[in-house]
Write a protein that binds this ligand. Structure first.
Ligand code: NAD
Ligand code: UGA
Length: 328
């Protein structure tokens, strides 16, 4: 935990995880500058809604800028900790021409940020890496020492960004830590991610599309737990470390749908499609290092976290319907 209130920067502040992190840092008394380019991967309005809880806070400043050409020296002046969450996420859309976006937002943006940090005396840089760097791991739970071998272009760009943080740490002493998040979920989850898509289809009475036989497993991680580990990584003795943050157990997609059926009391109609290129068959985190070095433990069970996301999803749907009604 960061002991005293300090000045921090969160890149990707308007995103799913970044917006939760900003809320937590403000609640802890810090001065937070958010940077976000409002990339068009999903609707700008959603990102503005993500920021609703922080935008009016007196200790929050938002800089709308792309890290690749932002005036980072000015923005970073006086900052002690940088949480670097900005990036182009999503495993399945990273093929074809979309790849340029992944290179720009994950590799070039990270390199520009690191260049500007050469001049900034910093306590810590915390980088949001991904379980997708492992690809199809040979062993579960997967330790940080496993050979990373991504199976998607997305995973490859996240691994490149991880390596970049090491390169700048090694040469210029930037005190960096990389966290490998495992499939994060909860309120404000990105609309392209599984749980959001499942809930959308459920309330619209449509079939839920499952990529593959649904027996693939993921170590789903509740967003509040991911944020807690991220904050702890800013002050723990972990410079130079790479640390998994996983939810504590592996679950099949079929099992998630059973649980969602139970929570929502709506029958799920399932449509099984071919497995998606780039998706690893299984992910599963060894979280011993996070326990030992961060004093971190995931607290929220899949059932509890899914129920929270379902509640949020229904409320935001009702809010959107109300807004349309008022406009008509
Ligand atoms: P998100 O898309 O909701 O948030 C990312 C934000 O970064 C967006 O608001 C986007 O506008 C911004 N951004 C992108 N490129 C930028 C640039 N060049 N300059 C400034 N801002 C830029 O995604 P998320 O799910 O909140 O993920 C946050 C980070 O965590 C990403 O780096 C992602 O790769 C990583 N991650 C996410 C998960 C997950 O399950 N959600 C898992 C592993 C790793
Ligand atoms: C997620 C994030 O989207 C990535 O940005 C992140 O880097 C990655 O986690 C990670 O942990 O590193 P993913 O695991 O694909 O990627 O997350 P979901 O979108 O929640 O998908 C989970 C599973 O559900 C996958 O097996 C996927 O194939 C499946 N799925 C997804 C479906 O069967 N149907 C859908 O409509 C969506």
């Amino acid at each position: 935990m960061l002991d005293a209130p300090t000045r921090v920067v969160v890149t990707g502040a308007a995103g799913f995880i970044g917006s939760h992190l900003c809320e937590r840092l403000l609640a802890d008394g810090h001065q937070v500058t958010g940077i976000d380019s409002f990339s068009d991967y999903y609707a700008r309005l959603r990102k503005q809604q993500n920021l609703r809880g922080v935008s009016a806070h007196r200790n929050f400043v938002l800089e709308e800028a792309d890290l690749v050409d932002a005036d980072l020296r000015r923005i970073l002046d006086g900052t002690t900790v940088v949480f670097h969450l900005a990036g182009q996420p999503g495993v399945r859309p990273s093929w074809g021409g979309h790849f340029d976006r992944y290179v720009h937002d994950n590799i070039v943006a990270t390199q520009r940020l690191l260049e500007s940090l050469r001049e900034t005396p910093l306590q810590r840089l915390v980088f949001a890496s991904s379980s997708s760097v492992y690809g199809d791991a040979e062993r579960f739970p997967t330790k940080e020492t496993a050979l990373p071998r991504p199976v998607s272009p997305y995973g490859m760009t996240k691994l490149a960004a991880e390596h970049l943080t090491f390169v700048y740490m090694r040469n210029f002493g930037i005190p960096a830590t990389s966290l490998r998040y495992f499939s994060v979920y909860g309120p404000r989850q990105r609309p392209d991610m599984a749980f959001c898509r499942f809930m959308e289809a459920l309330v619209d009475g449509e079939e839920i599309e499952i990529f593959g036989d649904g027996e693939q497993t993921r170590e789903f991680t509740y967003v509040g737990d991911a944020v807690d580990g991220t904050v702890k990584a800013a002050s723990a003795d972990v410079v130079g470390q790479i640390i998994n943050l996983g939810g504590g157990s592996r679950v099949t997609v079929n099992r998630v749908l059973d649980t969602l059926e139970d929570i929502s009391r709506i029958n799920v109609r399932r449509q099984y499609l071919p497995a998606a290129p780039g998706d690893p068959r299984h992910t599963g985190a060894s979280i011993n290092l996070a326990r030992e070095r961060l004093g971190w433990e995931p607290r929220v069970s899949l059932r509890e976290g899914l129920a929270n996301q379902w509640r949020w999803f229904q409320e935001s749907r009702a809010g959107a319907a109300g807004a349309v009604g008022r406009e008509a």
